[in-house]
Design a binder for this molecule. Structure first.
Ligand code: 5GP
Ligand code: MN
Length: 336
């Protein structure tokens, strides 16, 4: 294990650094990775961000995006970078299975592994851990790591601030979720002072839908929403044919589950979609309801209490039936 002094010491000389984050990166995964990247390059490090898979097109404007390597498109180059790295930062995930095949390479690398994360139950593969499940976003932790732990607030420039703002904005549900504390707002104020143009970032991320995506959303709400009043649960289910019909790409389904949760009285919402090779579930809940427990117990997944995900190799029909069959076990929590 490293302590912060040893890590700060390591970072005092230029190092070969890989930054990686979870499968299908979201705004926090990418924002925290590119925020850290834009900081490390100012200090003269040779840093690269490697994502296990592609990510939504509406994050491609982020500073440093042009230098991101997508593992599945550049396996050999990525493996070489990982093998040669002195330090690997693992951001917004805490089990190597969350980065797919890249996890094996990271696991066998001799590099120091630095975990910065806010998910439950971290796996023990790291040499230094900056971990807090109460943090609203990994980007908040990256900010604290740079500004407080490494005392480098002066290096939070416009690029760093823009990326970290994006991470905090997306993971806090645009500053709406319960983990949006006053401290988060203070960090966000610092990021705006450092050059993040808040309104522009909202515009780039949230007002960038294609016509297809909006029509798909309309289809989901009009035709695919099922409200299970008895369990205060709402589900939206989508077949792979529907994804094809509306030309739905990575990221286009993001946030649809929140519409189901927005119905008054609903405590649990699920978006269940048939992808190419498996059925993916996205769960959202209100209050104490443990969405992550359902994902972990039944769908080989996990996440946070109010936002979790999982997957199944079974058919869409069976997964929907299985999900419904689980609800009676949680009836007291759902109807209280
Ligand atoms: P989403 O529903 O947006 O895909 O994911 C919501 C949350 O659940 C995220 O914080 C993500 O980290 C977690 N999550 C989603 N899918 C999985 C999964 O397959 N495994 C685990 N462990 N966590 C997941
Ligand atoms: Mn996150």
């Amino acid at each position: 294990m490293l302590d912060i002094t040893a890590l700060a010491d390591l970072l005092s000389q230029p190092k070969k650094i890989v930054i990686t984050t979870h499968h299908k990166p979201d705004g926090d995964a990418l924002g925290s990775s590119l925020g850290l990247y834009n900081y490390l390059i100012q200090r003269g490090h040779h840093a690269r961000v490697i994502t296990p898979t592609d990510y939504p097109q509406y994050f491609e404007w982020m500073p440093g995006n042009e230098d991101v390597i997508i593992y599945t498109d550049h396996v050999e180059q990525s493996n070489e970078l990982v093998a040669a790295a002195d330090i690997i930062f693992c951001l917004d995930f805490n089990t190597l299975s969350r980065i797919n095949e890249l996890g094996e390479e990271v696991g066998k690398s001799d590099a120091y592994k630095i975990m910065i994360d806010h998910h439950l139950e971290p796996q023990d593969f790291d040499d230094y851990r900056y971990w807090n499940i109460n943090a609203c976003a990994t980007a908040q932790l990256v900010y604290d790591f740079i500004a407080i732990e490494l005392n480098d607030k002066a290096l939070v420039n416009k690029d760093v601030a823009t990326c970290l703002y994006t991470g905090i904005m997306t993971d806090s549900g645009s500053f709406r979720l319960p983990n949006t504390t006053s401290a988060v707002h203070r960090t966000v104020a610092d990021l705006i002072d450092a050059g993040a143009v808040n309104w522009r970032i909202h515009e780039l991320v949230y007002n960038s839908a294609t016509e297809n995506r909006l029509r798909f959303l309309g289809h989901c709400l009009a035709n695919k929403l099922e409200v299970l009043q008895e369990f205060n649960t709402a589900i939206i289910t989508v077949t792979s044919e529907e994804l094809k019909q509306y030309d739905i790409n990575t990221g286009d389904t993001e946030g649809i589950v929140n519409y189901a949760l927005s119905i008054s009285g609903i405590r649990l919402a699920a978006f269940i979609v048939q992808r190419k090779d498996k059925v993916k579930l996205s769960l959202r809940s209100k209050g104490e309801f443990p969405a992550n427990e359902i994902c972990k117990k039944y769908f080989n997944g996990g996440g946070h209490r109010n936002a979790a995900g999982g997957a199944s190799d079974d058919s869409l029909e069976n997964v929907i039936a299985q999900f419904k069959s689980i609800l009676p076990n949680y009836k007291t929590l759902l109807i209280q």
